[in-house]
Ligand binder design. Sequence first.
Ligand code: 4NP
Length: 160
Amino acid sequence: MIAKVLFVCLGNICRSPIAEGVFIHLVRQRGLEGRYLADSAGTGDWHRGQPPDPRAVAAAGKRGVNLPSLCRQIAKADFQDFDLILAMDRSNHEDLNSLCPPQLRGKIRLMRDFDMEAKTAADVPDPYYGGPYEFDAVYEMLQRCCASLLEKMESGSPVT
Ligand code: 4NP
């Protein structure tokens, strides 16, 4: 069984491509290729077809993680195709909920629900208008979330 995980933010050029790249990196590090499929998408489509923001590429690159994603917008079929859909912030979560058929809404979770250091209902802040510091902070947050998400999925605990 392959678990299909989709990371979603607003533009799909900063947060969700980092999450996707980190998750794929952790899966490979742990020898779990073939067990997981990861992708990312945006609720908006301004950057369709583009690679991630160079600042996201830099933050990941200096930690040995590459970001394979090309920007795409979330599609209705994603709610059917993926097992788990992770919203980077509460605004993305709301947008996803309104696009998603009601019976599939249980697949949508907030990314920081998997951050041990987060208080309740926390966001991964949008670094788009920030600089390298904001991108580094987002990277570290996503690294924490992805590691605990993967650990949870591997342990068989429910994540949806
Ligand atoms: P992301 O950041 O949602 O983390 O990819 C953004 C990227 C682009 C825009 C907004 C947020 N934008 O408005 O173009």
